[in-house]
Design a binder for this molecule. Structure first.
Ligand SMILES: *Cc1c(COP(=O)(O)O)cnc(C)c1O
Length: 395
């Protein structure tokens, strides 16, 4: 019997369960890779953000082990007290160099990077111009800042321009957008947004969590992709997706990076990234600097999968990245599709309302460099079987 005080929570949970909205959390019994073991069974994994297969890369594993021997595990403090090890500074230096940015600061996660950055840049009396589809961590960081939030139409620089012109009576402003949008795999028109930002003298912040290690030359990110070095003041990235570890970063304007060391609250009040995480991330930078092989394989895998699905007659939306949505319409169909794929040995997530709009439910296929040609062939065959079974594509 639940305590009376938590009864309302139990009731909410029951409602979610009845509506089929309760998150089904699967446990992975193996390393994160192109194939994983779930419920004792090996399945092809098309759910992870492990774009480059670095989560189980031998060099990252080795670097983490070596660092543990040299430095132990925990940092023991927040960055400003005793939690900054030479390793943290080395990672920041290496990331800045890799991304051709003036400076870089790391955080415990991408989510933390947004919570640190937005309230450090704007506050009460200020305004944030925010893409309507921005990530939850941008929304939460914006709310924490107490600035007024003005949403502009998704990926629409003209609407951003209009919203800025219509908004008066504010002190400072910030424009913030996701770089790659995680549900459709489309990209912000950062070149156009940058022009608008410069015209109005507003700080531009892009959260490139799904572009870090994926877009730009050799995975250098969205600022590199558009050749906007030195013109985007804040480029947030994550070390938790393509980098295969966990952590967050802000690269860009040196003054802002130094300001975040003084005023970023998760930097000041939450302990630093752990030693093995930092060491593995440094090694990831080395891997990416030495060769573009992994990034190239990621993109060619994504091309093969997307083309294969399209040729079978699936609608793959308007993705510009290795995130491939397979549009199915209603949520129950997407759920059923995902269940049957799993029976066929393919782990690919169904995504429905409220994560995506009503009637836009889909299977989201996350491609990675960890998949072999054989893996892709097997996955395509499974999609074809299930697609025909559920009459999504013709016989
Ligand atoms: C995943 C994601 C984050 C969170 O990154 P973590 O490192 O997992 O905390 C932040 N912003 C965007 C746009 C994301 O897609």
């Amino acid at each position: 019997m639940s305590d009376e005080s938590v009864r309302w929570i139990q009731e909410e949970m029951d409602r979610l369960r009845e509506a089929g909205l309760l998150a089904n959390i699967r446990a992975i019994e193996s390393p994160m890779d192109g194939r994983v073991i779930i419920d004792g069974r090996e399945v092809l994994n098309f759910c992870a953000n492990n774009y480059l297969g670095l989560a189980n890369h031998p060099r990252l594993r080795e670097a983490a082990k070596q660092a543990i021997d040299d430095y132990g595990i925990g940092p023991g403090a927040v960055r400003t007290i005793a939690g900054t090890m030479t390793l943290h500074l080395e990672l920041e230096r290496r990331l800045a160099q890799f991304k051709k940015a003036a400076a870089c600061i790391t955080f415990q996660s991408g989510f933390m990077a947004n919570l640190a950055t937005i309230p450090a840049l704007v506050g009460r009396g200020d305004v944030i111009f925010s893409d309507e589809l921005n990530h939850a961590s941008i929304i939460d960081g914006s709310r924490l800042s107490r600035a007024k939030i003005v949403r502009y139409n998704h990926a629409d620089a003209d609407d951003l321009q209009r919203k800025i012109q219509e908004t008066t009576d504010y002190r400072r402003a910030l424009i913030v957008t996701d770089g790659v949008f995680s549900m459709d795999g489309d990209m912000a028109p950062l070149d156009k947004i940058c022009e608008v930002a410069e015209e109005h003298g507003i700080i531009l912040m892009v959260d490139d969590a799904h572009g870090e290690g994926v877009v730009g030359q050799g995975g250098r990110g969205i600022v590199d992709h558009f050749g906007l070095h030195g013109r985007v003041q804040v480029e947030v990235g994550t070390l938790s997706k393509a980098f295969g570890v966990v952590g967050g970063l802000v690269a860009g304007d040196r003054t802002i990076v130094e300001w975040l060391r003084q005023r970023g609250r998760p930097f000041l009040f939450s302990s630093a990234m752990t030693v093995p995480d930092v060491a593995a991330c440094i090694e990831a930078v080395s891997v990416l600097e030495e060769s573009t092989d992994l990034v190239d394989r990621l993109w060619s895998n994504a091309r093969v999968l997307k083309q294969g699905l399209q040729e079978m007659g699936f609608d793959t939306g308007h993705s510009q990245t290795p995130i491939v949505p397979v549009m199915l319409g209603e949520a129950p169909l997407a759920q059923e599709f995902s269940r049957r794929l799993f029976d066929e040995g393919v782990f690919a997530m169904a995504i429905g309302y409220p994560t995506v709009p009503m009637g836009k439910a889909r299977i989201r296929v996350m491609n990675t460099a960890a998949h072999s040609e054989q893996d892709l062939e097997e996955a395509l065959a499974a999609f074809e079987r299930v697609g025909k079974m559920l009459s999504v594509i013709g016989k």
